[in-house]
Design a protein around this ligand. Structure first.
Ligand code: SAM
Ligand code: DTB
Ligand code: SF4
Length: 334
């Protein structure tokens, strides 16, 4: 039976998935993964911080918050030319999507106008475009869409019942409002969260349940493993059991069968075997290139070799939600 696209997951159901024996969970996730995706294709995105540091928010994980002494220097928005050079290099290295991040709480309209110019230029290189700039108003989302922005990344970060432990300068509803503006403008959403921030398993279930019960599943779901940065309040948090991370990927795959699930931040501290397990659990996207925003990522050669060893290939064309992997007939989209 083909997995249905559901938006009515209960916390209990999600917790029961987390509690399955590891092999049963992976088997279920792999089965669903193959119904909706080519199991050997991985979408490849490259990230660039186009405006680094100096952020007024207090996200407890983030090296770019001005209030934490993390050694990240605040910089101005990059020029169109400088971003384009990085985008071209990402394309030449094999990325299909270019994601631009800015350490803003919310951009001003004049910032959006500048980013719109950058987006148009990156898009003209033939790359898919993604941006993550903080909270957006409806008109700002429309401007970015008109400039050619394909995806907007805005994470809910954690379960509603853990959110207050991590962020105090904006609430969950602000995030949901931005996601609504992005969808209304006709852009695809990239929305996920971070695990390993000291939350309980029930709260990891709460994060994934909240994502799956959004009005539409995000087309892209980044699952980040906390990158612990000295100076942030979450530095020193007890490390998450690696198998619990794999379980989080598998449950995300089961709850959002058609979405692309990204094995996102945290790969630099994962060995190849753990990453292979994440792909087996249903992850089918990575960030590619030596840097995330301010922290490190595996080097390109290492990732190429890993793809080779696992028989993975870069996903050529963006996965269009709603399409089902070719050899499956009669998709049962609920
Ligand atoms: N400032 C904008 C915002 O917060 O919406 C956009 C950039 S922000 C850095 C994008 C996302 O990166 C955050 O929502 C968070 O999920 C992720 N992130 C930031 N720091 C991280 C860390 N140390 N480990 C894992 N993920 C992190
Ligand atoms: C997402 O979910 N993860 C990316 C992207 N969206 C923008 C960011 C990860 C940042 C990791 C910490 C850093 O490099 O500053
Ligand atoms: Fe600022 Fe975004 Fe970092 Fe929060 S996650 S401190 S909003 S850059």
């Amino acid at each position: 039976m083909i997995a249905a696209i559901r938006h009515d997951w209960s916390r209990d159901e999600v917790e029961r998935l987390f509690a399955l024996p590891f092999n049963d969970l992976l088997f279920q996730a792999q089965t669903v993964h193959r119904q909706y995706h080519d199991p050997n294709a991985v979408q490849v995105s490259t990230l660039l911080s186009i405006k680094t540091g100096g952020c007024p928010e207090d996200c407890a994980y983030c090296p770019q918050a001005a209030r934490y002494a993390t050694g990240v220097k605040a910089e101005k928005l990059m020029s169109v030319e400088a971003v384009l050079a990085k985008a071209q290099a990402a394309k030449d290295a094999g990325a299909s999507r270019f994601c631009m991040g800015a350490a803003w709480r919310a951009p001003k309209d004049r910032d959006v106008a500048k980013v719109a110019e950058i987006v148009g230029a990156v898009k003209a290189l033939g790359l898919q475009t993604c941006a993550t700039l903080g909270m957006l108003s409806g008109p700002q989302a429309d401007t970015l869409k008109a400039a050619g922005l394909d995806f907007y990344n805005h994470n809910i970060d954690t379960s509603p019942d853990y959110y207050g432990e991590v962020i105090h300068t904006r609430d969950m509803q602000d995030r949901l409002d931005t996601l609504e503006h992005v969808r209304a403008a006709g852009m695809k959403t990239c929305c996920g969260g971070i695990v390993g921030m000291g939350e309980s398993r029930a709260q990891r279930a709460g994060l994934l349940q909240t994502l799956a019960n959004l009005p539409e599943h995000p087309e892209s779901v980044p699952i980040n493993r906390l990158v612990q940065v000295a100076g942030t309040p979450l530095a020193g948090t007890e490390a998450l059991d690696p198998f619990e991370f794999v379980r989080s990927i598998a449950v995300a795959r089961l709850l959002m069968p058609a979405s692309v699930v990204r094995l996102s931040a945290g790969r630099e501290s994962m060995d190849d075997a753990l990453q292979a397990l994440c792909f087996a659990a249903g992850a089918n996207s990575i960030f590619y290139g030596e840097k995330l925003l301010t922290t490190g990522n595996p080097d390109v050669e290492h990732d190429r070799r890993l793809f080779e060893r696992l028989g993975l290939k870069p996903m050529e064309v963006a996965f269009e939600p709603g399409t089902v992997h070719a050899d499956i007939v009669e998709p049962a989209h609920a």
